[in-house]
Design a protein around this ligand. Sequence first.
Ligand code: GTP
Length: 340
Amino acid sequence: MDPFDKRIPATILTGALGSGKTTLLNHILKENHGLKVAVIVNEFGEISIDHQLVVGTKEEVMELANGCICCTVREDLQQAIEKILERSEQPEYLLVETTGLADPRPVAQTFLIDQLSERVRLDAIVTVIDAGRFSENLELSGTATDQILAGDILLLNKIDLVTPEKVREIKDEIGDLNPSARLLETTNARVDLRLLLDVGMFQLERMFPQGDKDDQVLLKDELVLLEECPDCLSGVAHEHIHSHLHDDEISSVSFVSDRPFDYDRLGEFMGNLPEGIFRGKGILWIDGYDEKLIFHLVGDRSQAVADGDWGSIPRENKLVFIGKRLDREDILSRLQGCLI
Ligand SMILES: Nc1nc2c(ncn2[C@@H]2O[C@H](COP(=O)(O)OP(=O)(O)OP(=O)(O)O)[C@@H](O)[C@H]2O)c(=O)[nH]1
């Protein structure tokens, strides 16, 4: 790393749905590193929840809708970063959390275009891996493998959920996929930030493992110039969220209501989840509870944690469920039936 490089370092946080990216983001923001950090989160689903789950920053968390994954440069990300760079108080560090379903390479490519690379330096791609759902995530979509391949730092998270033997097995598999990355084991993404931030570990070679250096540079240019989505290029309005997913069968269902849930009926819903759901998150308002609750479901594990008074925020329920071949109408009507 060049000590005279004055560009703002940026870290991309990627990893499968529910692996612990927001937990890591919160850990970084809460640590006393003295850095002024700007945060961009990229969300899958029609309603935005992630910014409400990010804590500990006075700065506005910028949110991007799910991007077009056939584009090799994320124009929306470029614009968001440029907006941050226009702020009167410049950030000293930039963190970008991708959706669990995103291939991190287009996000990384965005940092390499001239307009940004003059001012921002991609420091590392950090991939959070869920030890509890390692095989399930790899089976679910090829993106989980892409995320591991592209990671400069791999955080094997949730090791509290598996045996030491299982940890060894997973580490072997990860080592076969990406032997040169830095591999760290964590619970609740608690990691020494000196091993994670401002480490100068980003390697273009990891994104394009085949081919020599010239190919990589050529490939980089070609990807940026040629493979952009024609609809995006011509400005034609088009639906990305559902039509351009790696796996079209994965979708999200969002639910918002200004009425509270009945505790027992919601418990019944959660105990007999509609088929296909493997991720859920949101803010809950339960009748008779004064505090708002933050809800997470990953695989078959769920939790709802009290998150203080509502304060000036209007009470509401805001949930998103993600899964394979979801029956949207059924899920919505069942949730509706849980309301008071
Ligand atoms: N048992 C256990 N749970 C964890 C650990 N790390 C995170 N979690 C929980 O896993 C759930 C999902 O964590 P998030 O940080 O929201 O995951 P994410 O990767 O940001 O999720 P998406 O944004 O939906 O992709 C939350 O309930 C966390 O509290 C861990 O090490 N062990």
